[in-house]
Ligand binder design. Structure first.
Ligand code: ATP
Ligand code: MG
Length: 757
């Protein structure tokens, strides 16, 4: 008699169970959004452990988000109780590769405590190398080279493998030489960039048989989620690791491939069967996530793509609401309308953490952040490196890096004169020289020059002070928590004072970010592990219990789900992005469409799409046209509403007409940019927008604009959502200067719309 199935198996459908039980050999699960791929993968991990096919530590599982990794971790923890040393290797490609590389760093000339550079550092380094070669950096920007090198790394190409046409791609054939110089420089700094994590591991695994053998012995089972977005280097890495045991299970959806701009190759799906002959393929078709309306809309949209394997999806859920499409006047109204919807849901007792706003580009987030703060609506921003990419955060991190590792030259360089300490170009040159001659890190050179007093008294004094401070902060690490050291450092270095002195609209936010940074650090055991986290962080979802609305990019939302999803900014030029339109070609447009598919399929119950008639993009007003993706949504599954007084373009009809006139549309040889779209972009609307952008009062005025920002008088007592109560002591247009009762907050200049009487 067979024992009853454990819970985690019993709830799965027969196909999912097959995924779980097919433990030996290569397995590819190819299925649409919300069909329970990740759920099946998680159950599979539990099954492997429970049936004693492997110890957790013999399993390697690559997830797309830290959240998915945590979920799997919990599942295994539940089964086994957490024994740290016997946990599976779970995480993103980057975090797993970093963990491996630390063990074998010396094989590629690094030390195990190597630092991981952020993009900013990377670019600064490349700039120095480019200029060092006497190349005009204006003509050949470091950023471009960074992109080229990244692509090489994503394809698993080390400098010696760059040949022929590739070489010509930068500064008339100097790309490969610069790449080589860059790699050397990184080694001398005991540093690597993101791409290196995998690239170095590839080199190690191919050149050191014993290392590869040890991983073959270790990893009996390999599993990969979101397989459609693996790049070449990741694919090669997986293939090497799976070569011997061949127990590899990859799950993915070709319709959700959205990272080709970062080197991902859908072709890896097709190659799978070649590299693992006899691989089993399982398809899942039952969608458990979304209502038929949402699924119908998303499926209808994606059929406009040609390059796809094609699949059917069905759901047993109730019909649900149609996808709502709302036209508004401009970005501000979009934000107001969206927040009104959110408030309505809230009144119906729907928690905020069941809602998400998914944007195409980071610039869209500001408008929402503003209104969230004004309305006191708790929110969290997830995605990419946003928080950690802010200048003030990067400066603070640079300080922390020097504290953690005095040899970190890049970090030292970044902050040695921030705030200003009178250390100019000349002094820096002396530092570089001393460091170079003695082959010592910059910080050490600084100590040396200070003690030798070779820098002029003022500089010697201020630099000496800084070096003293650094050693004090370092010492206090053993006495107080690293978060407290950070707070101390931010005060004593004069960094906060510098921001306070600026006292503009942004500085308050910047100071808050720094407070948030110290708070975030408390969640980590020590400074080292925090810095490691920062350099690896892909998404910093905080604890899920917090009731906050989520704001993130569609890219970062992959794999996640929410009851209510809001999709703002569906306009030509925003989504699909201007870049994808400029590049033309079917590929980039199809990738945008897949992104739209990802966006819609995050929704379980409701999906609302917004488009605005006017949009300020990077400081310029643009009269915009609704996204073509809206017109591609099947009529049966959508419900349109325009909040504009006069219904602007009957664009759906225009699109339909455009399509019928162009037989090419269906064969889709090329994406069509309709002439009227160009006209509206560059014609009268464009010129008006240009003028509006140039003149202080926007010519594109708001027909429904609510009354202007509230007016305050000196002496008024006002309240701010974050800072509490205070008294107005200056009024300057739409800005007010408020002295807050809370001494820590002090005096601040704010937009008056953020305070209330
Ligand atoms: P995506 O392509 O977006 O990553 P996915 O295929 O990984 O989606 P999951 O996130 O695993 O899908 O599952 C979607 C939802 O369906 C989740 O809420 C999950 O708990 C639920 N689910 C999965 N399988 C089942 C099942 N057999 N019965 C009921 N619910 C299920
Ligand atoms: Mg998934």
């Amino acid at each position: 008699e067979t024992p009853p199935e454990p819970d985690y198996l019993a709830r799965l459908n027969p196909e999912q169970k097959e995924v779980v039980r097919t433990t030996e050999g290569a397995l590819l699960v190819l299925a649409g959004a919300g069909t329970g791929k990740t759920a099946a993968l998680t159950a599979r991990l539990a099954y492997l452990v429970e049936t004693l096919k492997a110890w957790p530590s013999q399993i390697l599982a690559v997830t797309f988000t830290n959240k998915a990794a945590r979920e799997m971790q919990m599942r295994v923890g539940d089964l086994l109780g957490s024994q740290a040393e016997n946990m599976p290797w779970l995480g993103t490609f980057h975090s797993i590769a970093a963990k491996m590389l630390r063990r074998h760093a010396e094989l590629v000339g690094l030390k195990s405590d190597f630092i991981i550079l952020d993009t900013d550092d990377q670019i600064r380094l490349l700039k120095q190398l480019i200029q060092g070669q006497g190349i005009d950096e204006k003509q050949w920007p470091a950023k471009q080279l960074a992109g080229i090198i990244d692509r090489w790394k994503n394809r698993g190409l080390t400098p010696d493998k760059i040949a022929g046409k590739e070489e010509d791609s930068f500064a008339d054939g100097q790309g490969a030489a610069l790449y080589l110089a860059y790699q050397k420089r990184l080694l001398s700094l005991n540093a690597c960039d993101f791409g290196d994590l995998l690239l170095h591991m590839l080199v190690i695994l191919t050149q050191h048989r014993e290392v590869l053998d040890s991983y073959h012995d270790r990893f009996r089972y390999i599993m990969v989620d979101e397989y459609q977005d693996t790049n070449q280097a990741q694919y090669l890495w997986l293939r090497l690791l799976a070569q011997k045991n061949r127990n590899i299970c990859c799950v993915g959806d070709d319709d959700q491939s959205i990272y080709s701009w970062r080197g991902a190759e859908v072709a890896n799906i097709l190659r799978f069967e070649e590299d693992f002959p006899g691989a089993k393929i399982i398809r899942l078709e039952h969608n458990y996530r979304s209502t038929p309306q949402i699924l119908g809309a998303a499926s209808g949209l994606i059929t406009h793509n040609n390059a796809r394997l094609g699949k059917t999806l069905w759901t047993e859920r109730d019909q649900g609401e149609k996808v709502k499409i709302i036209g508004v006047w401009d970005g501000a109204e979009e934000a107001r309308q969206l927040v009104a919807d959110v408030q309505n849901l809230r009144r119906a007792n729907i928690p905020l953490n069941k809602m998400a706003i998914l944007i195409r580009a980071q610039f869209q987030s500001r408008e929402f952040e503003d209104i969230f703060i004004a309305k006191n609506l708790p929110y969290r921003i997830i995605g990419g490196f946003r928080f950690y990419e802010r200048a003030e955060i990067r400066d603070a991190l640079a300080y922390l890096r020097v504290i953690a590792q005095p040899t970190d030259d890049l970090a030292f360089e970044r902050i040695v004169n921030v705030p200003k300490r009178g250390i100019g170009k000349k002094a820096m040159e002396k530092l570089y020289q001393a460091a170079f001659l003695d082959r010592i890190p910059l910080a050490e050179a600084a100590e040396k020059l200070v003690s030798e007093k070779t820098l002029g008294s003022k500089i010697t004094q201020s630099l000496g002070q800084l070096m003293n401070d650094f050693s004090e902060w370092r010492k206090s690490l053993s006495v107080v928590s690293h978060a407290d050291v950070t707070r101390k450092m931010l005060d004593e270095s004069g960094y906060k004072a510098m921001l306070r002195a600026v006292n503009d609209v942004q500085s308050a936010g910047r100071l808050e970010n720094l407070t948030e940074l110290a708070r975030a650090m408390e969640e980590y055991d020590d400074l080292g592990s925090f810095l490691e986290h920062v350099s690896l962080v892909m998404d910093h979802e905080n604890d899920p219990i917090d009731d906050k609305i989520t704001l993130m990019t569609m890219h970062a939302a992959k794999g996640l789900e929410f009851d209510h999803v809001f999709l703002p900014g569906w306009e030509e030029g925003v989504f699909p992005s201007q870049r994808s339109l400029d590049e033309g070609g079917l590929n980039s447009l199809e990738e945008e469409r897949r992104l739209a598919y990802v966006g819609i399929t995050r929704a379980k119950k409701c999906c609302t799409i917004f488009h605005a008639a006017n949009r300020r993009v990077y400081g310029q007003w643009i009269a915009s046209t609704p996204s073509r993706f809206i017109s591609e949504l099947p009529d049966d599954h959508i419900e349109e509403k325009s909040l504009l007084r006069k219904k602007t373009p009957i664009w759906r009809d225009i699109w339909a007409e455009d399509r019928s006139k162009n037989p090419a549309y269906n064969s889709a040889k090329e994406a069509i940019t309709p002439p009227w779209q160009l006209a509206s972009r560059r014609g009268a609307g464009w010129q008006r927008a240009q003028k509006a952008a140039a003149s202080p009062s926007p010519a594109v005025s708001h027909p429904l604009k609510k009354k202007d920002s509230p007016q305050y008088k000196i002496g008024d007592t006002v309240k701010h959502a974050k800072f509490g109560q205070g008294v107005v002591n200056e009024v300057d247009g739409d800005k007010v200067t408020v002295e807050f009762h809370d001494k820590d907050v002090g005096i601040r200049k704010l937009l008056s719309q953020f305070v209330s009487l």
